[in-house]
Design a protein around this ligand. Structure first.
Ligand code: ATP
Length: 321
């Protein structure tokens, strides 16, 4: 049974909704092409410099007008039930709808249908994509008319990784990763993502990162070679620049991932690295045929739960119906 949640707010407000009965929005998962972390500040957060790229692993949120007897509540259903994804008020999509309702004074409620394609707890920001898609979907369903900049502001309140799937494409993130600057990226990049049966907790990875060695006070800048490779659409040059400061911590927590990296590279990937806070391994292939070969090699091994092919970059959250 799907739990129900009252929309936060004061006195009941009149509905601002237009005539739409449902809005469908897609938002992408991400891979980090580069991630440098500094020592945690007084707030406990690590300052980051990271390069995000949006990949064609697409989350779909359908926001439906709430049934009359459930008016004012936010409900969520998964198209394919998954015990590792909550459907209660802790789901990031539910939190996004509640935050938009609170910020705009709307109390219509919404019934969310969530189709997940990004690996859960895989360092690919699937939950963040769901939140971004929900903000866009509810903003239209409720007729609240917030600008993209206002939605980005709400996204940052929900989590550091939520602004990026709103924008998509390729971007540098500073601060907690939420202050974004777009990057020019030519061409198409062919990725293979090796998924793990068990996710990793991002805070646990950062704890291990801190234990292994003290980080410098500030993260390093994005190397010029990386921005040049993206601007030129040079996959081999990009592969040489891929970097993730969290990789050592993730491999320390999951030593068998080293074999996954080696297998992907021996099957033809130009480079394979840990995606974000892992445990997904992101392998960059020179072309689609090699991506198929890498995915087949990974799928044939017993080292991974699965292998997903996805090209990149793709657009951020957008309405599809
Ligand atoms: P990040 O890189 O932003 O840390 P992630 O991609 O590693 O995220 P998610 O798939 O976003 O991880 O989910 C992390 C945890 O958040 C899950 O284990 C789950 O308990 C919880 N969660 C909350 N909302 C969602 C959602 N909409 N989809 C998936 N997990 C969610």
């Amino acid at each position: 049974m799907t739990p129900l949640h009252a929309v936060p707010g004061d006195a009941p407000q009149p509905s601002r909704s237009g005539s739409l009965t449902q809005v469908r929005v897609e938002a992408p998962g991400k891979v980090n092409l580069f991630l440098s972390a500094g020592a945690p500040g007084a707030d406990g957060y690590h300052p980051l410099t990271t390069v995000f790229q949006a990949v064609r692993l697409i989350e779909t949120v359908t926001a439906r007008r709430q049934a009359a007897d459930l008016h004012g509540t936010i409900t969520l259903t998964l198209t394919e039930p998954d015990p590792s994804v909550p459907t209660d008020a802790t789901n990031l999509a539910v939190r996004a709808a509640a935050l938009l309702a609170e910020a705009t004074g709307v109390n219509d409620g919404v019934d969310l249908l969530l189709r997940k394609r990004v690996p859960v707890a895989g360092g690919m920001a699937g939950g963040s994509a769901d939140a971004a898609a929900t903000l866009v979907a509810c903003n239209t369903l409720w007729g609240t008319g917030l600008s993209q900049a206002e939605l980005v502001g709400l996204a940052a309140e929900l989590g550091a990784d939520v602004p990026f799937p709103l924008r998509g494409a390729t971007a540098v993130g500073h601060g907690r990763g939420d202050r974004l600057t777009p990057l020019i990226a030519r061409g198409t990049y062919h990725w293979v993502f090796a998924t793990a049966a068990q996710g990793l907790s991002t805070p646990a990875v950062f704890r291990r990162f801190d234990e292994i060695a003290p980080a410098p006070a500030a993260p390093v800048d994005v190397p010029a070679a990386l921005t040049t490779a993206l601007r030129d659409g040079d996959t081999a040059a990009l592969a040489a620049c891929l970097h993730n400061d969290l990789q050592a911590a993730v491999l320390d927590l999951r030593p068998q991932l080293t074999e996954v990296i080696e297998l992907a590279e021996s099957a033809g990937a130009l480079r394979a690295i840990v995606s974000g806070a892992g445990p997904t391994i992101a392998a960059l292939a020179p072309d689609p045929a090699v991506a198929v070969r890498v995915a087949n090699a990974l799928n044939a091994s017993d080292l991974v739960a699965g292998a997903l092919r996805a090209d990149a970059p793709v657009a951020g959250a957008r309405m599809v119906g």
